[in-house]
Design a protein around this ligand. Structure first.
Ligand SMILES: NC(=O)c1ccc[n+]([C@@H]2O[C@H](COP(=O)([O-])OP(=O)(O)OC[C@H]3O[C@@H](n4cnc5c(N)ncnc54)[C@H](O)[C@@H]3O)[C@@H](O)[C@H]2O)c1
Length: 258
């Protein structure tokens, strides 16, 4: 078997963007998909079912411990224990250190880092019992490039990398790998909207101008797509990747050459 087919895969932040791309790809690989989001993920689940896959939407704010515990129960009663956990939900905001309040800092940490801890607490025990599991954290190439204007984002994503290393070391003997995917700019609606507002504001420049500047830094001269990230996640979730753990793989067309 080329891929670990027929597992239960949970993807956070899968109502749109990269998460939806990952959910669709893992469904095509034969997994049963739990789509988790605070936004309505029913259309993504429906599209997967229409294509012949199995998926259900679970509403959950992954920053809230009690909701994460309810989520675990709901997913287990619908599909059984989760085998593949993709912590994709994340928030991004351009903000210089001078404009950064503790509230902004906390909100970013809560989603980009605390939620990964909560999800591991809820879902790793069953993986350890099953002696098989895959945990994948979504970080960013900005951890390596460290541009100014997003200290809270860079710090949170660096924390996600550290947590993956630590958990990978603890869970390895139980057949669980923990890895990180670190994309560069990926063409999603959210990124388009935020760059049109933040960078383009007033100047007329928007995502297309932004992506043009980004692509100029890359070795591969095209914008990244959700399907690029989804392909890497699918590989890390597979049996073929069982010897890869605690690693961070940058997927940005060769910009951050780490
Ligand atoms: N798009 C990019 O260019 C890019 C680049 C590098 C890293 N990333 C990372 O990839 C991930 C996905 O990015 P995206 O561009 O698809 O973002 P997106 O905003 O399109 O998707 C994020 C999803 O997370 C959901 N979400 C937000 N708060 C939540 C919460 N508390 N509980 C559950 N769900 C919640 C949102 O509703 C949304 O559907 C993020 O972690 C982001 O930091 C994105």
């Amino acid at each position: 078997m080329a891929r670990s087919e027929g597992k239960v895969a949970l993807v956070t932040g899968a109502a749109g963007g990269i998460g939806a791309g990952i959910a669709e790809r893992l469904a095509r690989d034969g997994h049963r998909i739990a789509i988790v989001d605070i936004k309505d993920g029913t259309p993504v689940a429906e599209a997967i079912r229409q294509a012949g896959g199995e998926a259900a939407f679970f509403h959950c704010d992954v920053t809230r411990p009690e909701m994460v515990e309810e989520l675990r129960k709901a997913v287990e009663s619908r599909f059984g224990a989760c085998d593949i956990l993709v912590n994709n939900a994340g928030r991004y905001e351009m903000r210089s250190f001078d404009d950064l309040t503790f509230e902004h800092w906390r909100a970013t940490m809560a989603l980009n880092l605390d939620a990964m801890f909560l999800m591991a607490k809820a879902f790793a025990p069953a993986m350890r019992k099953a002696k098989w599991g895959r945990i994948i954290h979504m970080a960013s190439n900005s951890t390596f490039l460290a541009p100014p204007g997003m200290p809270q984002y860079i710090a949170s994503k660096s924390g996600a990398i550290g947590l993956a290393r630590a958990l990978g070391a603890e869970f390895g003997p139980d057949g669980i790998t923990v890895n990180v995917v670190a994309p560069g700019p990926i063409d999603t609606e959210q990124v388009r909207a935020s760059f049109a507002a933040e960078i383009g504001g007033g100047s007329g420049a928007g995502f297309d101008d932004f992506i043009g500047m980004m692509v100029a830094n890359q070795a591969v001269k095209r914008p990244g797509k959700p399907r690029d990230v989804a392909g890497l996640v699918a590989f890390l979730a597979s049996d073929e990747a069982e010897f890869i753990t605690t690693q961070t793989i940058v997927i940005d067309g060769g910009w951050a050459r780490v």
